[in-house]
Design a protein around this ligand. Sequence first.
Ligand code: FO1
Length: 314
Amino acid sequence: MALKVAVLAGGVGAARFLAGLVRVVEPEGVTVIGNTGDDLECYGLYISPDLDTVTYTLAGVAHPEQGWGRAGDSFRVQAELGRFGLPAWFKLGDLDLATHIYRTLRLRQGATLSQVTAEIARAFGLKVRLLPVSDDPVRTRVRTAEGWLDFQEYFVRLGTQPEVVEVRFEGAQAARPAPGVVEAILGADLVILAPSNPIISLGPILAVPGVREALRSTRAKVAGISPIVGGRALKGPADRMLKSLGYGASAAAVARLFADFLDVWVIDRVDGGLLAEIEGLGVRPVAAETVILDPGRAAELARVVLKEACGWSG
Ligand code: FO1
């Protein structure tokens, strides 16, 4: 029987890790629990960036450098929308728009986000099960000197430049985990926190009542991969955010955020000096090559996680 793995996932970093994981375990046994805090409406369309990034990456159709959006996409529709004065700071390619049109159409017909996500995943030939963390709206908002901003305004329009002094996940308290989310965590052989921004990618997932409790009570080992290497985020604003929110930007500081449910924390070899600090949190640290340069390296990293967390050696 396939090893049952549940993965908590944000966007690009998580998707690249998953592309490696499915090379080493049977994808049919993998459930991906995706962040929906970044979701937005644009031109009346419902966009779920992190779910799409996972879908496109696993389908092999993601933009190779950006990691989000489609490879070889064109922007003719968005350019034409400029004629009517509509803003175009959130780049939506023509192929990508088809996904958003389909999702919006199905949601208007009464389908849930998890149903549509499964339909889109099937259309792209995914073998993993991809679940939004919730079918209820959860929206990440950040407070900066300019006041409260919607997540994508901060992330894309302002290019993550303003300092973030507070983060909230609107709707999270009233949200219920999507069907299968808690069951996947409780029924897994292994739960993995992908190398994602701990505040804005994993934060919304953990903020949905029932998810953190499931992570604390599952009999599966819970392992995570640090997205901070040598005090720096490999991608995005995680290091600056961790500092401005007062947590500190180190692989150990991120482990502290998850210490109540984390068993194994995989850090980069350059952070070997943090092993004792992580052990002090009651978490077993493992030093490995964590920088994902290609799917081969991602597969190597997945092998380390599987071996260290549950003794799996293929
Ligand atoms: N990221 C950008 O930096 N600029 C964009 O214009 C942009 C558009 C976009 C469209 C669809 C999509 O699925 C993702 C998109 N992203 C864009 C990425 C997205 O903002 C972030 O990757 C996530 O929300 C953070 O994980």
